[in-house]
Design a protein around this ligand. Structure first.
Ligand code: PBG
Length: 332
């Protein structure tokens, strides 16, 4: 069929003549509905604090987070993912602070919801911001114990749902967590709390700047997350992970990181046809942003990188560039 197209009967450049024609035939668009802004909140901070390894991104104090949300809503960004940076003294080996129903996350979630009930809040469920060893779960004999961790994640999810989170996002890659959390939420009548599973999360070095941002890098030291996060060498395993999470009740599945794993996003969307998100993680953002700031790359590369997610099949994208990009897409 189309591979029989021949010059000069076919001139594909005809459809690239000017921007109106190009727009008429464009197959994918990016809108602010596709963008989710991750935000860092830091305990005890007033105002903002820059994150050195993430140019243009900062940690927010409890006051500045509200004005940031207001600005995002003005830019039509209606969904944010929150990540806490808690005081070092509150971290311990079991991550107990995660279960404190008046901890930084719970307080921030309820404050935001009080002022801006329409914003969609995604709360991460994992212990790494709360443990002094930097792992996402409980360490028993130097191994992150799956089943012991589940009980804690369940409690953490309930406190976050109670505080007003719309979406609970388990990001720790423990087996069985989606089913466990779904059951607990339903029992407490949080039937409409959405579960976004970080279903295919790879053991990636692209998370480096995020670990600086939440101060977990130093706690983790040389220790790796390879016994729970996926190996970058695997593809079929991602399908198994996603299938398990869908069967356990995930409403949305996510692939992370993004650009180095576009094949996985595409495969998952084609196979399961359920809401699929992608996370353009800290390292991906910083690479592009630094090169843009240096003048080595044009700032349009950010937008271009986001189109790749749409082509791969992502329904929405978590990206640190969400706010910045929202200003651009409205003028394109
Ligand atoms: C862990 C978590 C990580 C990110 C979000 N939640 C990474 C990790 O340390 O394993 C990374 C996000 C990013 O790099 O932007 N619970």
């Amino acid at each position: 069929m189309y591979f029989k197209r021949k010059f000069p009967n076919s001139r594909l450049r005809r459809m690239r003549l000017n921007s109106n024609i190009r727009n008429l035939i464009s197959e994918f668009e990016l809108s602010t509905n596709d963008l989710i802004q991750p935000l860092f909140i830091k305990e005890g901070l007033s105002g903002t604090e820059p994150i050195e390894s993430m140019p243009g991104i900062c940690r927010h104090g409890e006051d500045s987070i509200l004005s940031e949300i207001e600005a995002l809503l003005e830019h039509d960004i209606n969904t944010v993912a929150l990540f806490p940076v808690i005081e070092q003294s509150k971290k311990n080996s079991k991550g107990d602070e995660a279960l404190n129903s008046s901890n930084l996350m719970c307080q921030t979630v309820s404050e935001i919801k009080k002022r801006f009930p329409e914003i969609i809040l995604i709360s991460d469920v994992a212990l790494d911001p709360y443990t002094d060893h930097g792992h996402d779960g409980l360490l028993i004999n130097n191994y992150v114990d799956n089943d012991e961790t589940l009980n804690i994640l369940k409690q953490q999810s309930l406190t976050l749902a109670q505080a007003g989170s719309d979406i609970i996002a388990p990001s720790d890659m423990m087996d069985g967590r989606i089913g466990f959390i779904r059951k607990a939420l339903d029992e407490m009548d949080y039937k409409n709390t959405i579960l976004l599973s970080y279903a295919a999360k790879y053991n990636s070095k692209f998370y480096g700047p995020f670990r600086d941002a939440v101060n977990s890098a130093s706690s983790l030291g040389k220790s790796s997350k390879a016994t729970y996060q996926m190996s970058p060498k695997n593809k079929n395993e991602a399908i198994h992970e996603v299938a398990m999470d869908i069967n356990e009740g995930a409403d949305i599945v996510m692939v992370k990181p993004g650009m180095p794993y576009l094949d996985i996003i595409s495969n998952i969307k084609d196979t399961f046809k359920i809401p699929t998100f992608a996370y353009q993680v800290s390292g991906e953002y910083s690479m592009l942003k630094l090169a843009i700031d240096k003048g080595w790359l044009d700032s349009d590369v950010m937008l271009e990188s986001l189109y790749s997610f749409k082509r791969a099949g992502a329904d929405a994208i978590l990206t640190y560039a969400a706010k910045e990009i929202s200003k651009e897409i409205t003028n394109k």
